[in-house]
Design a protein around this ligand. Structure first.
Ligand code: BES
Ligand code: MN
Ligand code: ZN
Length: 497
């Protein structure tokens, strides 16, 4: 789909559709009222008859509206005007896209972008319209032998903006929106691929491809390299698998040489059986999504590369399967991490923290401005926050605030969780420096506490995306979160300089 920005009322080309909003109850938006004047009252007549009440989530497709130079007019319900904020705006655009994609319209002119959305600026409105439009058109079809539904006819979407100043800035919104949408689509594709395709080697090859395309630096450490370095906790997770583990580093260096990088660390368990602490069979297929942290790092770097953000950003991806097997790590085994600290592995299903801790120690060598890890780390986080907010932990209040603000702006929200030392007691081990599990209470917190023992040398935040990285049930699939949050965080950092 092609996007463009236009001002004022736009005639659509042949086979087009004009999209305008109606507030609840029965109140035409400014663009709808203007169109109504052209149509000599045809729209207000329809609204008066009660065929479009303005309820959120509803739409009405009209053909041959008198005097309007477009084949179709789509009325979209916006809900009450005084409640029209971020969520309602995004839902209105999604409703419009859903309706458009089931018509034969090849071109549409979307006037919802002219609406006032709280205090959001034109950049935000355009960026979110683009993101929602791309998201609603996303299909994962690469594993189907033949297509099941015809491609939507829609080719061009014109986003309408009024006012000179707004128009001037809207281009930035389009660029950001597209970059994030492409990053999200990559993260979703990688997440949705089955684990027999998306192996650690496959992730490495996709990282190499990104590096080539965006002129980034890439390095892939092999098992022998990791042995030499002493990444024993990471390797302990890989012992049961026949797939070779990889440690991927991908560097976007578009900032000043001396500028400290932001390091993103993504959990890349391409399948989590639990290992010897085997998971139950029900829904185990969803553990192919256990590399969504890694996917988010690659998706974010794609967006950053596409925008050529003037920053230094490093992506680190420890990746392996977690399998049972004759040489798999067993409960009670003790291993030495890259940091030198020893860990008693009481449960082999708490493997994410074991691969992350070595990556977090490795991150020290970059002298980072900040390190953010992203991981589908705990079922407990899903219980705590559900599928709405990502769990956020950190050792630096300013960094935490920055990430919360980025999540709000991106509509990809995170909620601050405690990381108090009081919880550290739960990780006590009788045999090693500490254990890899802290019992049932506050499972998301003790997992973060484990990581905190490896991140004392820099500003650090941890995003537990176990509840937000994918959806279960009928709409099973990766969401691409938190690529929008991370990209927004980096855009804001680039602007601050
Ligand atoms: N990948 C899982 C976490 C997970 C589980 C995410 C379910 C989403 C849905 C992780 O490796 C894991 O198994 N965590 C254990 C930790 C426990 C053994 C301390 C968990 O959450 O049960
Ligand atoms: Mn696990
Ligand atoms: Zn896992």
């Amino acid at each position: 789909m092609e996007f463009s920005i236009k001002s004022g009322p736009q005639p659509t080309g042949r086979n087009g559709c004009v999209v305008v909003g109606v507030f609840e109850p029965r109140k035409l938006s400014a663009a709808a009222a203007q169109l109504d004047r052209t149509a000599r009252g045809a729209l207000s007549a329809i609204v008066r008859r009660g065929d479009m009440q303005g309820k959120a989530g509803t739409s009405l497709l009209l053909h041959n509206v008198p005097h309007v130079p477009a084949e179709r007019v789509l009325l979209v319900g916006l809900g009450p005007q005084n409640k029209f904020r971020d969520k309602a705006y995004r839902e209105a655009v999604a409703t419009a896209m859903r309706a458009l994609n089931s018509t034969g319209a090849e071109e549409a002119s979307l006037h919802l972008t002219e609406l006032a959305v709280g205090r959001r600026d034109p950049v935000w409105k355009i960026a979110h319209a683009v993101k929602v439009a791309r998201e609603s058109a996303y299909r994962f079809t690469s594993m189907k032998s033949k297509s099941e539904e015809p491609e939507p006819a829609l080719r061009r979407l014109k986003l309408s903006m009024s006012g000179r100043a707004a128009l001037r800035r809207a281009g930035a919104g389009l660029e950001q929106g597209l970059a994030v949408a492409h990053g999200v689509a990559l993260a979703r594709d990688l997440g949705n691929l089955p684990s027999n395709v998306c192996t650690p080697s496959y992730l490495a090859s996709r990282a190499r491809e990104l590096a080539k395309h965006y002129r980034m630096k890439v390095e892939v450490l092999e098992r022998s390299d990791m042995e030499r370095l002493g990444m024993e906790t990471l390797l302990s997770v890989a012992h049961g698998s026949t797939q070779p583990p990889k440690f991927i580093t991908l560097e976007h260096r578009a900032g000043p040489k001396k500028m400290k990088p932001i390091v993103l660390v993504g959990k890349g368990i391409t399948f989590d059986t639990g290992g010897i602490s085997l998971k139950p069979a029900a829904e185990m297929d969803e553990m192919k999504f256990d590399m969504c942290g890694a996917a988010a790092v690659l998706g974010t770097l794609k967006a950053v590369g596409e925008m050529r953000l003037p920053l230094n950003v490093v992506g680190l991806i420890p990746t392996t399967e977690n399998m049972p097997g004759g040489s798999a790590t067993k409960p009670g085994d003790i291993v030495k991490s890259l940091s030198g600290q020893t860990v008693e592995i009481l449960n082999t299903d708490a493997e994410g923290r074991l691969i992350l801790c070595d990556a977090l120690t490795y991150a020290e060598r970059y002298g980072p401005a900040a390190v953010i890890d992203i991981a589908t780390l705990t079922g407990a986080c899903v219980i705590a926050l559900g599928h709405v907010a990502t769990g956020l932990f950190g050792n630096d209040p300013a960094l935490v605030r920055e990430i919360i603000a980025a999540g709000d702006a991106a509509y990809d929200r995170a909620w601050h969780m405690p990381l108090w030392d009081d919880y550290q007691e739960q990780l006590k081990s009788n045999f090693a420096d500490f254990a890899n599990i802290g019992g049932r209470p506050a499972g998301a917190v003790t997992a973060a506490c484990f990581l905190a023992r490896f991140t004392k040398k820099y500003k650090w935040a941890h995003l537990d995306i176990a509840g937000t990285a994918w959806k279960s049930g009928k709409e099973k699939g990766a969401t691409g979160r938190p690529v929008p949050l991370l990209t927004q965080f980096l855009i804001a950092r680039a602007r601050k300089r």
